[in-house]
Design a protein around this ligand. Sequence first.
Ligand code: ATP
Ligand code: MG
Length: 591
Amino acid sequence: MRELFFLNQYLIKYGKMMVWGIAFVLLTNVFSASVPVLVRLGLDEALKQSLWITGQGDALAVSLIYQTALAFGIGILMVAIIRGVCMYYMRQTLIVVSRKVEYDLKNRLYNKYQKLGESFYRKHMTGDLLSRMSEDVSNVRMYIGPAIMYFANMIFTFVVVIYQMLQANASLTLWVLLPLPVLSYSIYQVSRRMNLGNKLIQEQLSQITASAQETFAGIRIIKSFGMESTFSQKFQSEGEEYKSRNMRLAKINALFFPMMLLLMGLSTLIVIYLGGKEVEKGAFTPGNLAEFVIYLNMLIWPVASLGWTTALVQKAAASQKRINEFLTAEEHQEFAGKPFLLQRNIALDRLTFTYEGKTQAALKDISLTIQKGEILGVTGRTGSGKSTLVQLLAAMYYTSEDTSHILVDGVSMRDIDLQDFRRHLAYVPQDVFLFSETIKDNIAFGIETGEIQEEELQKAVKAACLEKDIPQWPEGLNTLLGERGVSLSGGQKQRVALARALVKRADFYVLDDCLSAVDAETERQIIDHLSQWLKDSTAVVVAHRIAPLRMADRIIVLEEGSISDVGTHEELLQRCEYYRNLNESQSAEFQ
Ligand SMILES: Nc1ncnc2c1ncn2[C@@H]1O[C@H](COP(=O)(O)OP(=O)(O)OP(=O)(O)O)[C@@H](O)[C@H]1O
Ligand SMILES: [Mg+2]
C-alpha cells in the first residue's frame, strides 16, 4: 500500500477536480436514496386510496390512484434524471483525473528512460520497459479512477442508505446486512483469483509473443538448420499452456456471477420473509417493505465493488512498486556542469572497469592521454576491451566512480555537462543501429537544428563512399530503411553510420571498428577522406586492420584489458609481436 502514496502528489495536483468528483458522488447517492422513499410514499398512498374502491366502487378513487401513481412516477423519473446528470459529472471528473494521471505518469517514465544509463538498459529488456509504461501504468490508473470512485461511492451509499434503513426499522436492517460481509469477502477472493489468473495469462502471452518474435527474427537460421518442426512444437506447447491457463480463468469467471446472484437472492429472501412478518404485525407498511427491497439492491453493488476495488488496489500497488523501481533508478548523470571545451587533452587516469555481474575487470588500470588534434588508434585481440574503452570515452557508462578517472583538460567528467559533451561528440558504435526512416534522415540524425545543409550532406556521403551506392536505391538518399523500406548490406550500414557521425563536424570522434565490413579498396578511399576530415579534430579509431590504424598518430595495443604497448606504426612494427603479426598476415592477404 505504501507504494501508492507516491500517487498522492497527483491527487493533490488534480485536487480541485477530485473534490468536485467526490461531491458528485455524494449528490448521486443522495438522489439515489430518495427513490425508495418516493416509492414507499407513493405505494402507501395508493394502497390507502385503493381501500376506498373496495368500500365504495368509486370511479373517482380509481382516477385518484392513477393520479398518485403518475405524480410519483414523474417524481421518480425526475430524480433519476438528476441523478444521471450527477453520475455523468462524477465520471467526467474522477475518471478524467485518472486519465490525466496516466498521461503524466507515462511522460514521467518516458523522460526517466531517456536519462537512464547503459548499464540499466543492459539489465532490463525492452519488453519490460514497455510493459511498465503501458500495463503497469494502466493498473495504476484503475486505482486512481474506478477504485477511488467506487470506494467513495460505497462509503456514501452505506452512510446514506443505512441511516435511512435504521430510521425505518433497526432490527430488520441488521438482518439484511448480515449476508453482505460474506458477499464482499467472497467477491474479494474471486477477484483476487481472477487477477492472478489474468497475470498468469499475460505472462504466458508475453512469453509466446517473445518466442514468436525471436522465431521470425531468426527465421533464416531456423530454416537453414532445418529446425522448423522443433520450433513449431515449442510454439504449440506454449500455446497449450496459454489455453489451459485461459480455461482455468474461465472457470473462475463462470463462478462469479452465479455466486453473486445467489447471495443477493438470499438477502432479498430474508428481507421479504422478515419484513412480511413485520407487515403482518402491523409494524411495517407494504411501502416500507418495497423500500427495503430497493435499499438492499442499492447496497449490493457497493458491497460487491468493495471486494473488487480491494483487488484493484492490490494490483495497482504491485504495479506502482514496479514503476517506482524504475523512477528511482540511478540516472546517468544530471545534465549540469561545465560546458565541454577541449583545449589540451582527454585523459584516462588509472581507470579500472568491471561490468556488473562480472568478476574479471574488462579494463585494468588504464592510463592514457589523448592530445587535442591527435588520432589515436586502438587495436588488440577480440575481447581485449577495445569497445569497453571507447564506450567509456564516449560516456556511455557512467557511474560516478568511473567518471573521476576520465578527465577533460584535467577536469573530471563528473563536472562536465553531459549533453554538451555529446553535442561535441560523434560516435560510431560497433553494432550499427539505423532507424526506419530515410537514409538521408538517418545521416542527418545528429543535426540539432533539424535542417541539414545539402552541401554538408553531400560531403559526408562522399567521405563515407556512399555515392556509388546511391543508384541502387529506388529513391536515392530518400529511400526508406527498415521494415517498410529497403535493407542495406553490412558495409552499407556501417558507412551510413559513419556519415551520420561525420556530418556532425564534431570535436571528438570515436569510431569503433566502423570499417570492418567494408572491402579493402573502399576502405582505402574512406581512410583517405577520413584523414582529411579528422585533421582538426581529436579521434579514437578502433580497428583490427592495419589500414585504418595507419592514419593514427599513435596506436595502443590492448591485451586482456591492459595496454600492452603504445607507439607509432613503425615503432610497433619494431617491438610489438602482436602488431607485427597483424601487419604480416594482412599484407600477405593483399599480395
Ligand atoms: N555488456 C557487457 N557485459 C558484460 N561483459 C561485457 C559486456 N560487454 C563486453 N563484455 C566483456 O568485456 C570484455 C571486453 O569486451 P569488448 O567488447 O570491450 O572487447 P573488444 O575488444 O571490443 O572485442 P571485439 O574486437 O570483438 O569487438 C569481454 O570479455 C566481453 O565479454
Ligand atoms: Mg569491440
